[in-house]
Ligand binder design. Structure first.
Ligand code: MN9
Length: 295
């Protein structure tokens, strides 16, 4: 395990990608979003993941996002570039680019669509790490890739010290405990924001989440309360978060996030098709949430 693990903990927003009306990337708004969240005290960013709509973007666009975020982000924050793709070659290409920009680590979802065999998936991760030679955070998202990382498989990969962590977007908390058994130093990020407290309780050392774009203060406060042993306080914050996420899920999570961030004065635009637009009814529901801070 390299020293980099110590930088890879805490609250990492999974950055949204703002689009202009013509669906091109709004780099100005992206810069403003990074600066706003950095000023709130987050420890780093997860760039170009599911929340960033990377799977409906070209590789060139994904690189533009990496570059824009790197330029906007204060140097003391950690940056994780999500380079996952169905093709190993494409993931390597994006990884090399992130490395050239000075990113802290890379991350990748398992290759999907073709139901790859376990050996093929392990080889994909090893090929990326060998070619890019950077710390790797495995993006464990069984619902998206059909592949579930288990502690036994993780142990095999983590024999190589360049594998430094996991973004665990799954409600299997026993697995999280199993990952923690591998090493105290692993950067284990909780992936579903609505169960952040459960993830921390089972060994996560931080969280990567989409709703952090909207309410970073709540996650910073939850994380601090947990680390101070103030469990009742952490529970109360988690409950407040869940109330809000329930509304977002009803309306469309990323669409809701973009709408709510726009209320803070950063124009986020719509999500790319085939994501639908928010209905007027959904906007009203989102407008009725009173516990958000748009300053
Ligand atoms: O990055 C996000 N996961 C996905 C993590 O987008 C798949 C989460 O933040 C969820 O959007 C959130 C709402 O379910 O927990």
């Amino acid at each position: 395990m390299t020293d980099v693990s110590s930088k890879l903990k805490g609250i990492f927003p999974a950055l949204l990608t703002p689009f202009n009306d013509d669906e091109s990337i709004n780099t100005e708004a992206l810069t403003a979003l990074v600066k706003r969240l950095a000023s709130k005290g987050v420890q780093g960013f997860y760039v170009g993941g599911s929340t960033g709509e990377s799977m409906v973007m070209s590789n060139e666009e994904r690189k533009l996002v990496f570059k824009t975020v790197k330029e906007a982000c204060p140097d003391n924050l950690a940056l994780i570039a999500h380079v996952g793709a169905i093709s190993t070659e494409m993931a390597i290409d994006m990884g090399k680019y992130a490395k050239s920009l000075g990113y802290t680590a890379i991350s990748a979802v398992a290759p999907f669509y073709y139901s790859f065999k376990l050996e093929e998936i392990l080889q994909y991760y090893r090929d990326i790490v060998n070619a890019v030679d950077m710390p790797m955070i495995i993006y464990n998202f069984p619902l998206a890739g059909g592949f579930s990382l288990t502690p036994a498989i993780a142990k095999e990969l983590f024999a190589d010290p360049r594998f430094v962590g996991i973004k665990h977007t799954s409600n299997d908390f026993f697995a999280l405990d199993g990952f923690r058994q591998i090493s105290d130093k692993l950067a284990l990020f909780n992936g579903y924001d609505e169960v952040m407290l459960a993830g921390l309780g089972m060994g996560a050392s931080g969280g990567i989440g989409s709703t952090y774009n909207v309410m970073p203060e709540k996650y910073l406060a939850l994380y601090e309360a947990f680390n101070n042993g103030e469990i009742k306080k952490a529970q109360a914050i988690q409950k407040e978060i869940c109330e809000i996420i329930r509304v977002m899920i009803k309306c469309g999570v990323m669409q809701s996030e973009k709408y709510l961030v726009s209320k803070a004065g950063i124009p986020m635009g719509d999500c790319r098709k085939p994501f639908s637009k928010l209905t007027e009814e959904s906007k009203k529901l989102l407008d009725s949430i009173t516990s958000l801070n748009f300053n």
